[in-house]
Structure formats: structure tokens, C-alpha cells
Design a binder for this molecule. Structure first.
Ligand SMILES: [Ca+2]
Length: 268
């Protein structure tokens, strides 16, 4: 009986060891998977602004942690859902976000953000971002993304016609530059492609205005992020479904519920 007890207790011990080991093994796998998923999006992330409460003090949330400066009557407005608050720029033409820090000249570039286009004011340009300066222009590799007097989006020589993008609703905009070619996608659909602009960002990055800071974007921005690499489809899906660097899920009435995925599958 004593021997049997030993055998049973041995088996229980062996089983419990395997159980505990399996538990820790699964826990490790889940942790590694979680870190890998988060690490993947963080890889090459040069800039990230979530425009949540205290964003100006917290600055850039990417690993680079660039300080950020705001100018003019910047006003946070409630985002429709899911991504908390957004940055409203249309009330002050001098509103701007300046990035204080050198973002370099990456060979590959992805810029992604949520955007709410208001109707442009007649005879006025407005700007989503600009990396030019008085001394540093497009010939030296700087660029801008703006909207001209005709309401067309302009990025380098690329033009998106005035009726080629949605107004007064949130859209996810991705701009990529690589190997001499650049693309603009709205809600996962390519709307423009052509020869690349330069990608010299330096310390001149301004978001929501022209470098002269007098022609603010007539609309709202949220979740502004910039990488020195291309993102794959899985990563792009992840950043339309949740904030770039947070596990906080999008609530039911998301800015763009599943639209990206539907577009990818060609159902729309
Ligand atoms: Ca936000």
C-alpha cells in the first residue's frame, strides 16, 4: 500500500509538474506573442501623437520621445468614438503642432493618421503636415501634404481630386514613400501613386499647418504616427482597430468599423 501511495503521489507530482510547466509555457507564449505584437508596431516608429488629454505635456509617445510644442488656440474635441479625443484645427489658422527633435531622413516612410476633412474655405490652402522651412524646400528633400484652393489634396506632384475623398466623416489616411515611389491610401484604398518626394524630415516637422503657420488644416486629426518602414496589412488593420500604442480596444461604434477589412476583401 505504501508503494502504491508513492507511485500515485509520484504520478500526481509528475502530472502537476507537467501541468504547472504547461501553464507557464502557455503563459510565456501568450506574453511573448503580446510583446511581439506590440513590439512589431513599435518597430521603426519615429513619432506618435494620440491627442488624448495631456498630449502636449506627454509629447511624442514613440520610443524617440520627441518633445512637442503647440501654438495658437489648439482645442481638443471629443472624437466620435473609440479613439478618445482628437485635435480640432479649423478654429484657428495659426494652430499647429511642432515636433522638437530631429527625425532624420528615413529611406522608407509611412505616415498614418485619422483625418476628418471639413469643407475647405474658398481661396485658401490648408495643410495636414509640412517639413519645409524658409531655408529648406522641396529641392532639398522636404515635402508637404496640403489641400489647394480647388479642394484637391496635394502631396508632392500627386493630386487627389476634390471629390476623391470623403468630407465630414473620419477616414484613415496612409502615406508611404519607398524606392522612388509613393502612395496615398484612404480607408485602405489607393487614391494616388507616383514618383516619390524626398523624405528629409529633420527638425522641421509641423503637423496641422504650413511651415509659415498661417494656414491650418480645416478639420481634425487623430492618432498621428510615422514609421521609417512599411507596415504590413496586419499592422495596418491593427492600427485602424485600436490606438497605435495601446491595448485599449475600439468601442462598438468605431470610427471605421471593419471598413478596411471589407475593402481588402473587395466587398465594397
Ligand atoms: Ca485620440
Amino acid at each position: 500500500m505504501a508503494r502504491l501511495n508513492v507511485q500515485i503521489s509520484d504520478k500526481i507530482e509528475v502530472f502537476s509538474r507537467i501541468g504547472v510547466k504547461s501553464f507557464y509555457f502557455i503563459l510565456t507564449l501568450v506574453s511573448v506573442w503580446g510583446l511581439a505584437a506590440r513590439g512589431a508596431v513599435e518597430e521603426g516608429l519615429l513619432l506618435y501623437l494620440d491627442f488624448e488629454a495631456g498630449w502636449l505635456e506627454r509629447g511624442d509617445l514613440s520610443p524617440s520621445r520627441h518633445p512637442v510644442e503647440g501654438w495658437g488656440a489648439l482645442e481638443e474635441v471629443p472624437g466620435p468614438v473609440g479613439f478618445g479625443t482628437a485635435l480640432e484645427l479649423s478654429s484657428d489658422p495659426t494652430a499647429v503642432v511642432r515636433i522638437l527633435g530631429d527625425l532624420g531622413a528615413p529611406e522608407v516612410l509611412t505616415i498614418a493618421f485619422w483625418c476628418w476633412f471639413g469643407d475647405p474655405k474658398p481661396d485658401r490652402w490648408d495643410y495636414l503636415f509640412d517639413v519645409r522651412s524658409d531655408q529648406f524646400q522641396e529641392a532639398e528633400g522636404a515635402f508637404f501634404f496640403g489641400r489647394n484652393r480647388a479642394g484637391e489634396l496635394r502631396f508632392g506632384d500627386l493630386l487627389v481630386p476634390a471629390d476623391g475623398y470623403p468630407r465630414r466623416e473620419w477616414v484613415h489616411l496612409v502615406v508611404t514613400v519607398e524606392r522612388g515611389r509613393m502612395r496615398v491610401t484612404l480607408n485602405g484604398l489607393e487614391v494616388a501613386a507616383g514618383p516619390a518626394v524626398g523624405t528629409n524630415l529633420g527638425d522641421r516637422v509641423r503637423i496641422g499647418n504650413r511651415f509659415t503657420e498661417e494656414e491650418a488644416f480645416f478639420g481634425r486629426l487623430d492618432e498621428f504616427a510615422l514609421w521609417n518602414r512599411l507596415l504590413d496589412d496586419e499592422e495596418l488593420l491593427a492600427i485602424v482597430r485600436r490606438p497605435v500604442l495601446s491595448a485599449r480596444p475600439v468601442r462598438a461604434r468605431a470610427k471605421l468599423p471593419l471598413l478596411w477589412g471589407d475593402l481588402k476583401r473587395g466587398r465594397r
